[in-house]
Each structure stands twice: as structure tokens, then as C-alpha cells.
Design a protein around this ligand. Structure first.
Ligand code: NIG
Ligand code: FE
Length: 412
């Protein structure tokens, strides 16, 4: 059992059973000032106001729920904030090398589509990945995941999609599994065979290859994804792949990054857990999402890096939906897994309130990878996957003063 006391703000308190927040509820979260929190077997055991703190009283807590324990390891938060760690429901952190060469093309004015059309982009990463032994791929990727954990990420999803052949896609999925087995953060795995058409295949052959690979990929993955967008995969391709994946893997779809693609609607029809990107959306997408279990997920890091419009998060929330934000950490459109920067962009560029952005990078993002029963809020019984900040921080300042180091310790 351990105890954190003298917490300035304990932020993100939710009753148990709340798996996502939508509409007006996205703008609210439970906050306790001058609080304590106890941890047992890696889970949140109890919390309350300092007046009832078991350690400070030196006796049973006034609420009787926490007994004094001589073995208790206690941490004085010195007025720091405690919040649930960041949940990042959309990343491509398993990749080989980098694409810094294309960075110059981009600076010189080429668009994402133009770079891809010249054989750069995803195909460039696929070439590098195939030349990299599995062990090296694991090592490089682990460095990135450790960097993310240091910055407060406690749960993340990782996609395949830089293999683009049966062998290389399975290699990626094995690397993701090994990362999952190694790190204390929760890791979910997504089979994104349909990320781009691999070299040596026609479009139709490639879609068939992805479908044929599903039975072998499914045991290594939790989800299936398709890049349903202009120049990549069509709604019909997506439909076929999701039909074939039915009963094997739940969909999470890349949609509406480059064009209004129809990806949102096909995802919702197939019970997708999330539809992601949404830089280009009309009211029809918002309508399609109403009443569904699908979490619209926006990736401001790729809007920032590619100069795309930011998703209309505010309109989704005003329509009564919930919104998640994720990093999209990948070498081509978002070479950063910094969820604090994602949260700040949610506020600065998407006009979310700090609480709306906070819920988007914690509870709703946990929902978007099927983890919100265990992650994403301060709730008794959930994993004690927490950020303890330096003294004096609150949610608004985390987003506002978005580059000043604020983390004192990440609990995993
Ligand atoms: O989510 N849009 C598709 N996939 C990634 C980018 C992949 C890449 O360029 O390497 C994304 O932005
Ligand atoms: Fe992505």
C-alpha cells in the first residue's frame, strides 16, 4: 500500500462505470483540492480530502475506509496535482529509421500526397522496415515508447502498416506484442495492413492479401484499421476488409484526413470503436456518429505537422458527442508522441476548454482503445497509472504554459 498526500488538485475523478464523456459532460471532471490518494496492488484503493488523510491523522481515516499501515510508503505531493496518465489511442511508433529526408521536401512545398506519389511516405518506411531485423525494430520502437511514458503516457495503441507484405506485417505485430510484454504501460495492437498498397502488388491483389492475412494477424492484434482516404483505400475496399474481419477484430478507421472519404460512415456501420483523423468533415459525419458507440478521434499533431485544418472538435461536442485526441506518433505526419502538446493544441487550435481537452487525452482516448474500464480517470479500482506534477500546477496551466516541464513522477 502506498499513499500520496498533500495533493494540491486531484483531477479527473469519475464514478465507476463511466466509460466515456460526451456533450456537456466532456467539459466536466471531478476535482478534489487538498487531497490524498492510496494505492494497493497497483490500483487506486481510496482517496479523499486531507482532513481524512490516514497518514496525517496517524490513525484510521475519518471515513474509516483506509486503515493506518506502518509499511505504508508515503509521498508528499507538496501541493502538486495528481491526474490520470495520458492515454494515446492512435500511434504508429513501431517503425524503422526516420523520414527526415522528406522533411526537406515538405519544407520545400511538397504535400503529403505528392511525397507519397513519388514513392516516399509510407512506402519509404516500408522499405526501411523490411531491411531492419526484428530485434532492431523492437529496440528502436522501445526507445520511443519509453520517451512517451516519461512524458506521461500510461496506455497506448500501436498499429502495424509499415510492413505491407505478409511477413513484414506479422513481424510488426510480433514487435508490438513484445513491447506489450516489456513495458508497464498498457499496449493495444492494431492490424493496419491496409495502410498503403505494398510494392509489387496491384491494388486489387493487395486488398485480397490483407483479407487473406486476417486469420493469421488476428491472434496478434486487438483491432483492424484501414486508411480509408483519397489515394489509399476506398469505401468499398474498407467494406470488404471489415466484412472479412467481422468476429475477428473490432475496427478503428483512418478517415477523412485527405478528403471527405466516407470512412466515418463505413466505420460506424461496422461498429468501429473509433474513427480517427477527421481533419475534413461535414455535418454528415457528425450526424452519422450520433447514437453510435464510435469515438471520433482527432490527431492535432498531424494537422500541425502537415498544415491541415484542425478537426471540428467543438462542433462534435456541441452535437452531444464525445471527442478523443491522440498523437498519431509516426515518421511521416506526426513525429511526436507528446500528449501534453496534443492537449495544448486541443485548447489553442481547436478551442477546447482545458477540461474538455483533458477528457479527450485521458478517459475518451482510453475508451477509443477499449481500456476505459481500467484507465483514464481517478476511480477506485482503476490502475494507479498517474501523473504527479511539480507543485502549483493545475489543468489550465498544463495546456497554457505548454512547454514548461511539469511532471514530477509518472506512476505505472
Ligand atoms: O495517420 N494517414 C495515414 N497514416 C499515418 C501516416 C503514416 C505515414 O505517413 O507514415 C497517419 O497520419
Ligand atoms: Fe495514423
Amino acid at each position: 500500500m502506498s499513499l500520496i498526500y498533500n495533493i494540491g488538485h486531484l483531477v479527473g475523478i469519475q464514478p465507476s462505470g463511466v466509460l466515456r464523456v460526451q456533450g456537456a459532460a466532456q467539459g466536466q471532471t471531478g476535482v478534489l483540492e487538498h487531497a490524498w490518494l492510496s494505492i494497493e496492488d497497483g490500483r487506486i484503493a481510496a482517496f479523499g480530502p486531507m482532513a481524512s488523510c490516514p497518514k496525517m491523522a496517524g490513525q484510521a481515516g475519518q471515513d474509516g475506509s483506509v486503515m493506518p499501515d506502518p509499511d505504508r510508503a508515503s509521498v508528499d505531493a507538496r501541493g502538486g496535482m495528481v491526474m490520470p496518465g495520458f492515454c494515446d489511442s492512435h500511434t504508429h511508433v513501431v517503425y524503422a529509421g526516420s523520414r527526415d529526408g522528406e522533411f526537406l521536401d515538405k519544407i520545400n512545398g511538397l504535400s503529403y500526397e505528392e511525397i507519397a506519389a513519388r514513392g516516399g511516405g509510407i512506402l519509404n518506411s516500408a522499405d526501411r522496415l523490411r531491411q531492419t531485423p526484428e530485434r532492431g525494430l523492437y529496440r528502436q520502437s522501445l526507445v520511443r515508447v519509453k520517451e512517451m511514458m516519461k512524458k506521461g503516457t500510461v496506455a497506448l495503441e500501436i498499429k502495424s502498416g509499415y510492413g505491407l507484405s505478409p511477413e513484414a506485417e506479422l513481424k510488426m505485430l510480433r514487435v508490438i506484442r513484445r513491447i506489450r510484454e516489456t513495458v508497464p504501460a498498457a499496449v493495444k495492437s492494431t492490424f493496419l495492413g491496409a495502410h498503403a498498397v505494398g510494392r509489387g502488388y496491384t491494388h486489387a491483389e493487395y486488398v485480397q492479401m490483407v483479407i487473406d492475412l486476417l486469420p493469421e494477424a488476428a491472434p496478434l492484434a486487438d483491432f483492424v484499421d484501414v486508411f480509408c482516404d483519397d489515394g489509399f483505400f476506398t469505401v468499398e475496399d474498407t467494406e470488404r476488409i471489415l466484412e472479412a474481419a467481422r468476429g475477428l477484430l473490432t475496427p478503428k478507421i483512418h478517415a477523412n484526413e485527405l478528403a471527405v472519404s466516407g470512412g466515418v460512415q463505413v466505420g460506424v456501420r461496422h461498429g468501429a470503436l473509433s474513427v480517427d483523423h477527421l481533419e475534413r468533415t461535414t455535418d454528415a459525419e457528425i450526424e452519422a456518429l450520433k447514437g453510435s458507440k464510435t469515438m471520433p478521434t482527432m490527431l492535432p499533431g498531424s494537422s500541425f505537422f502537415l498544415g491541415l485544418p484542425y478537426g471540428r472538435a467543438k462542433d462534435y461536442i456541441q452535437a452531444g458527442l464525445g471527442v478523443a485526441l491522440a498523437s498519431d506518433y509516426n515518421p511521416g505526419s506526426s513525429p511526436s508522441g507528446d500528449m501534453r502538446f496534443v492537449m495544448a493544441q486541443g485548447c489553442i487550435k481547436m478551442r477546447l476548454t482545458p477540461v474538455e481537452a483533458f477528457n479527450a487525452v485521458t478517459l475518451n482516448s482510453a475508451y477509443a482503445m477499449g481500456l476505459s474500464d481500467r484507465y483514464g480517470s481517478i476511480t477506485v479500482g482503476k490502475k494507479a497509472a498517474l501523473i504527479l506534477t511539480e507543485p502549483g500546477w493545475d489543468l489550465t496551466r498544463v495546456a497554457y504554459q505548454y512547454q514548461t516541464p511539469f511532471i514530477r513522477k509518472v506512476y505505472l
